[in-house]
Design a protein around this ligand. Sequence first.
Ligand code: AMP
Length: 397
Amino acid sequence: AARADAAAPEQTLAQQEASTSDITFQDLGLGEAMLASLAKAGYSRPTPIQQQAIPLALRGRDLMGLAQTGTGKTAAFTIPIIERLIGGPKRTRALVLTPTRELCQQVEASVRKYGTGTGLEVVSVYGGVGYEGQTEALRGGVDIVVATPGRLIDHLEKQNVVFDDLEVLVLDEADRMLDMGFAPQINRIVATIHPYRQTLLFSATMPPEVEALARKYLRKPVVVQVGRRSQAATTVRHFVYPVPGHRKSSLLTHLIGEMEADDSVLVFTRTKHGADRVVRHLEHEGVHADALHADKSQSQRDQALKRFKDGKTRVLVATDIAQRGLDISGITHVINYDVPQQAEDYVHRIGRTGRAAKEGDAFTFMSTDEIGMVRTIERVIGQEIPRISVSGFDFGT
Ligand code: AMP
């Protein structure tokens, strides 16, 4: 079966929490309003990163959080920010820098969710859309700005926003921002912020460039870490399907055909053309699918995401712009149609499924010329990924 239920499920995040501690949100020093929002969100307990980060952040410490998406890290910084800002003066007092528009929107949504009723205003500011709405919001005065570095620089140059009163700076997915070449923009932005701020840095990995960034901008940071470095999210079961390259598209439709009707599937391809080709193939086979990649306009991307989130399309086919940060709850399957070029990408992609306490499956299609890449990934994540052969689709055919 496509779900391969026979494989031993790994410990879920929820089980991990239950077994490691009985810490509740009340224990973290949060106010009544926040506790009510969290109860409304349906969260019973803080995740490990939240248990560690929230009390420290509330005390004003600088933090370096080693955690990938799916661990609850967004709430780990938005919750203490909201607690800190409640009732204070109406100034821009918190700035969150993120690598992508999608992540901006997600952080903004998180602030709105946990900050309902606080009167705090948040705006997200990213490229690919018009300036007007953002300018108006920034000039009108907001408490929390969530931004991608490039677009924020434009607004700083136009003096649409100043950070004279900034209290908290968050560098979210720092590794990804550096990968995307944002170092000069980050430096320019941080140069406008006084040094007595609190700085929180989150990163899925800690390469030397991120360590250097942390040394430069954080003061006596406490390092909080969830799971081992490069470890795949624990709620995901993953499998490799050996398959000849030309049989990948039929294997995809075969697997989708075996899934439940309400399963949602995120497929990753190496190239934009690859993504378009897979979408055409699926549509041809009668499966609703959308593509998400950099050649699509922002509104096309937003619409594709919305349709997917609403369950109107079952399959979203993406290149790696969708790889990090995307918070689509309820993804049951991630399929690497092409083996990711880098092991870290593998970890991030499969982090799209099995988010928080949900379980998910991650399948990787491996053609003969991708065997070496899969071995490299296995070395980095420190485990062998079980192989599944589907008769008629394996190397023998
Ligand atoms: P993140 O790692 O920040 O991308 O969050 C992953 C998902 O976990 C999001 O959908 C959150 O809404 C959800 N989440 C965050 N904190 C908790 C919690 N304490 N309990 C259950 N779900 C949570």
